[in-house]
Design a protein around this ligand. Structure first.
Ligand code: OGA
Ligand code: NI
Length: 210
């Protein structure tokens, strides 16, 4: 189906693909219309307040106590089959983007797994790469930030390291979409001074087993 937005969307997807090709990292602002972003934010906060978020895990066999020293965020995994209207919007864009990147890089990207993430005040995520195991199926990490009115000083920047040991910091601005290579890009989340919300996903090679 082609709608009015498809020309603009294709230009955005192409920009993402070219950035990824050049550096393994891409950034686009205002990826979705603000009313949708606001709804996604509300949905995340609503679910968080209802206690449906869980402490995020890392790898296997790491004790809870030490997990907090590595990452302090809480997550709620999203079920595409149970998507609300605003999440359907997210998924349709993600699916189109995945298909675009799949064609552009001539790789198979089977699906996207995604969760809401909430960093409570004071939470951070220490330096890491998203592909933990030797043969992970995660290809691209994709983060959509949902923080209206985020200001300098609110912290919570995504710090992305380059090959020379340098780094760049990116604020988690409402509507900002960041993608990067899950296997290569070292990154961390600096301490958030306010609750910090996102939808975080991974485009994967493998099918979902149920
Ligand atoms: C992650 C992660 C970065 C961010 O969840 O693995 O690094 O900016 N998130 O939320
Ligand atoms: Ni990460």
């Amino acid at each position: 189906m082609h709608h009015d937005l498809s020309v603009t969307l294709n230009a955005i997807f192409d920009s993402i693909a070219q950035q990824l090709e050049a550096s393994g990292f891409s950034l686009i602002d205002q990826f979705l219309p603000f009313p949708i972003l606001d709804q996604l934010r509300e949905e995340a906060v609503f679910n968080f307040e209802n206690g449906t978020f869980k402490r995020a895990a890392i790898g296997k066999g790491i004790e809870k106590k030490s997990v907090v020293k590595i990452r302090g965020d809480r997550v709620k995994w999203l079920d595409k089959q149970l998507a609300t209207d605003s999440m359907k919007h997210y998924w349709s864009h993600m699916d189109e983007l995945r298909e675009y990147l799949s064609n552009y890089f001539r790789i198979h990207l089977e699906r996207t797994e995604a969760h809401f993430a909430m960093y409570p005040k004071g939470a951070f995520y220490a330096r890491h790469v998203d592909q933990f195991q030797v043969s992970s199926n995660r290809v691209f990490s994709v983060i959509l930030y949902l923080n209206p009115d985020w200001k300098t000083g609110d912290g919570g920047e995504l710090r992305v390291y380059d090959a020379n040991g340098g780094f760049s910091d990116y604020s988690p601005l409402h509507g900002r979409l960041i993608l990067f290579r899950s296997d290569l890009v070292e990154h961390e989340v600096l301490q958030a001074n306010l609750p910090r919300v996102s939808v975080t996903g991974w485009m994967r090679k493998d099918p979902l087993l149920v």
